[in-house]
Design a protein around this ligand. Structure first.
Ligand code: BDR
Ligand code: CA
Length: 332
């Protein structure tokens, strides 16, 4: 049976990779992109979602726009230095010759959180919600419908770093830092949730050779991933990240969350009560109780649920699945 998916996203260069995989994969029925602030403003992330669906030939996929800022803390600056001012590596100009039809899907009248709740009720137990931006829309949806966890098939979250250092502070990953209160609310309660964080996403890298192969073998979609990744790969090179590769490379964070849904056996998980730090110097840090102790502290007494967190991945087959599905799409 196909996975019925809503992708909650802030496109984003690696979000574009995740969207492309959802669009082409035969085992995925992509219902919607629900958009959120994060890498760019929500207006720009919504525009990017529409643009990507157009370039990828999937304008029938719903786009619903969500929160413009975190649920509690003031907004932080967007990630221009990582994803470019437009969120897609400043590639709008470069890809103009891709000739998107501009038949952009109109934005859904419901907000992203309302849409998530509506669809979860329409297809109880069937929807996999994959959240690859700040968790603000998901927290708001939970506020609208407290039974949301039971209505979903599963929730897969790209965010956090447990053993791995953070990417926006020594301990924080960007999606969790951008709305730590939302992330904490979601992890502290009972969900069928899995966290795909930097512990695994920093292991699944795309080199320029991989990206060039997409450009050459995956049609317009591959061309866009090549164009949009130029700025992003430069960021990784300048930062000295992705150094285990011999050539320029980048992480495919958000696509890894989709790949977990498709290839769960390739990932090793730990489970424990989990929280996200919502103030102080460790703001945005993912913490997990791997011992199961009885801590006499309110934050841990109120955390009842265990969350699964991916710590290891068999990276080669996972990356190859991503590449093969995108090449195959062009052959059909
Ligand atoms: C996450 O942060 C965003 O910049 C990326 O799109 C990804 O979702 C990685 O930390
Ligand atoms: Ca993202």
């Amino acid at each position: 049976m196909k996975h019925r998916v809503i992708l909650d996203t802030d496109p984003g260069v690696d979000d574009a990779m995740a969207i492309a995989l959802c669009v082409v994969h035969p085992d995925v029925e992509l219902l919607a992109l629900t958009t959120v602030f994060g890498n760019v403003s929500v207006e720009q992330s919504t525009r990017n979602a529409q643009y990507l669906l157009d370039v990828f030939g999937a304008v029938d996929v719903t786009v619903a726009a969500g929160l413009a800022q975190p649920i509690v803390q003031p907004p932080r600056p967007h990630s221009e230095s990582v994803h470019g001012a437009d969120g897609l590596g400043n590639c709008y100009d470069k890809t103009r010759n891709l000739n998107p039809t501009a038949a952009y899907a109109t934005v859904h009248p419901l907000s992203a959180p309302e849409y998530i709740v509506e669809q979860a009720k329409k297809f109880p137990g069937e929807i996999t919600l994959i959240a690859v931006g700040p968790l603000s829309n998901v927290a708001k949806a939970l506020q609208l419908e407290p039974a949301l966890p039971e209505l979903l098939q599963s929730l897969i979250i790209m965010g956090g770093a447990l053993d791995e250092p953070g990417n926006v502070s020594p301990v924080a990953e960007a999606n969790f830092l951008n709305d730590p209160h939302a992330a904490d609310q979601i992890l502290a309660i009972e969900w069928p949730a899995t966290v795909i964080g930097l512990d695994v996403t920093h292991k699944i890298l795309l080199t320029d050779t991989h990206l060039a192969s997409l450009r050459d073998k995956a049609g317009q979609l591959g061309q866009l991933l090549w164009d949009s990744s130029r700025f992003y790969v430069d960021f990784y090179v300048k930062k000295g990240a992705a150094m285990q590769e011999q050539e320029p490379a980048c992480a495919m964070h958000d696509a890894a969350a989709v790949l977990y849904m498709l290839m769960p056996k390739s990932f090793e998980l730990v489970t424990g009560r989990s929280r996200v730090v919502d103030s102080g110097i460790a703001l945005g840090q993912l913490t997990c109780d791997l011992k199961g102790y009885d801590y006499p502290l309110p934050h841990w007494e109120s955390a009842t649920d265990t969350t699964s967190i991916a710590m290891k991945v068999d990276a080669n087959p996972v990356r190859q699945e991503f590449l093969n599905r995108l090449y195959a799409h062009h052959d059909t």
